[in-house]
Design a protein around this ligand. Sequence first.
Ligand code: SPV
Ligand code: MG
Length: 291
Amino acid sequence: SNSTQNRADRLRGLLNPCEPAIAMSSHNALSAKLVEEAGFAAVWVSGFEISAANAVPDASILPMSVNLEVTRTMSAATNLPLIVDIDTGFGNAVNVAYSVPQFELAGATAVVLEDKVFPKDTSLRANGRHSLVPIQEFQGKISAAKSTSSLVIIARTEALIAGLGQQEALRRAEAYADAGADAILVHSKQKTPEEIVSFCKAWDGRVPLVIVPTNYPSLGFDEVAALSKVGLVICGNHGIRAAVGGMRSVFASIRHKRGLHSVEATIPSVEQIFALQGDKEMRLIEKNYVR
Ligand code: SPV
Ligand code: MG
């Protein structure tokens, strides 16, 4: 079955520090289907990607309803666990107690809640606004998420992003695990893996870690597995970057070669898009029921 509980149980089983699961980013139902087709274990419902797909910055600008609708359509289109980025939870613990059950109803499997102040700024931007809420306040938000849903709750600390150092990152990660988080996402924007590797080595393993190696792509999945601390690796924004790269090159070619001939053999056929849309299934319904 494909129920929320079923996907949550599957995801808990996947969070194995000896063999980390890999989630691929996505911003709509079609890209989520491509994540599934490629064989990834889970879909990362990226706030950055959904913002980018709407041509706005990743800074608490879109209303929650947009992310909810993306989650709903993905849940209908795929069988994979959906790890949904809910940023700060759209406010304080009261907002979390409202938003998390909404994402559960929409088909989320896990939510990732980060310790930034609302409205958040995106993590990877140089000189971004990275104020964090106090530890106790964030523990309250984790408890609110746990007590209002049966989702996998992943608590994310931005302590390294904010430049507060490993001790503060560890202090926060421990406090969030103690508040009931099922896993801890620790984010880094260093261009090399040392900061994250050092954090992983210092982590006592009370819950699995989650990492997003966008800025330190030299850290391969096998090296992550060898650390025995990380249960999930998130590929943070490769769906939208692939989409932008693909469209740019096809659009430029059509403009400059003055016709569609230059790209026809290199892009997916219309039939391939039909297949992703579930056209075959619809034809069957048509045959059986349309009179
Ligand atoms: C996202 O993909 O929305 C993330 C990861 O939260 S990052 O953009 O690196 O903060
Ligand atoms: Mg995000």
